[in-house]
Design a protein around this ligand. Sequence first.
Ligand code: NAP
Length: 250
Amino acid sequence: MNLDDKVAIITGSSKGIGKAIAERFCKQGAKVVISSRKQEACEEVAFDLKGKGYEATGIECHVGDDLQRQSLVEKTIQAYGKIDVLVNNAAINPVFGPIEDVEDVAFDKIINVNVKSVWSLSNLVLPHMIENNGGSIINVSSVEGLHPGFGLGLYSMSKAAVIMLTKNQAKEWGKHQVRCNVICPGLVKTKFSQALWSNEKILDHLEESIPSGRMAMPEEMTGLALLLASDDGSYMTGGVYTADGGYLVK
Ligand code: NAP
C-alpha cells in the first residue's frame, strides 16, 4: 500500500492516534498536514517528520471553528495544491456520567466538535476532491458509537452520528469517486483515554472484557487508515471498521 504524492489532512494529529496515522502516511509517501488547536504543537510534529525525511506542514485548526476549518483547507491548497485524503480524527469527551446531568453547553460542544466539524470539513474538502477526480475521507468514530458505554452517553451518541454521517457521505459522494469510511477504535493508550488506563483497577477490568486481553497502542490503528486512504482500498466505501481487539464480540 502506498500513498506516493498523495496529500492528506489529519485533524487532531499533534498526538495520539492522529499523530501515528500521520507518521504512517508519511512513511508510505504522503505529504501530510498536521493539525490541532495549537500551531506550535503542529509545527513541532511537522518539524520532527521533516527531520526523518518526510514532507509535512503544521496548520492550526480548532475543528469546532468555522473560520479555522476554512483556513485549514485554503492553506493546504496553498501548500500542496490538492487534497487526496481527509482524516476527521479530532474529538472531545468533556463529560463523564449520567446523560441527564449534562449541561446544555456541554451537549452543544460535543455535537459541534465531534459531529458538525466532520460534516463541515468534509464539505469544504469535497470540491477539491471532485476536481482531483476522487479522494478518501476517513472518519474516526469509536466502539462507543456502536455500543452504549457506561458514563459516556453523549460521546457515544456523537460517535454513532459520525457513523451514519459517513454512510450518507458514501452514498451521496460515491458518484464523485470520493470514498468515505469510518474507523471505530477500541481502547487505545493515548491522553484521551488516560483516565481509564492510568487507574490499574479500571484497566484490569477493561482488559478482561477485551478478547485480545490488552488495550491498543496508537500505531495499531494506522494499518486500517492506510488501507482506506490508499488505492488498495479503491472499492471500499461506506464501511464501518472496528480495530478493538475483539471488544465487540460478545
Ligand atoms: P489524543 O491523544 O488526546 O489526541 C487528540 C488530538 O486532537 C490532539 O492532537 C489534540 O491536540 C487534538 N484536538 C483536541 N481537540 C481538538 C479540537 N477541538 N480541534 C482540533 N484538534 C483537537 O486522542 P486520541 O485518543 O488519539 O483520539 C483520537 C480519536 O480517536 C478521537 O476521535 C477519539 O474519539 C477516538 N477514539 C479514541 C479512543 C482511545 O481509547 N484513545 C477510543 C476510541 C476512539 P490539541 O490539544 O493541541 O488541540
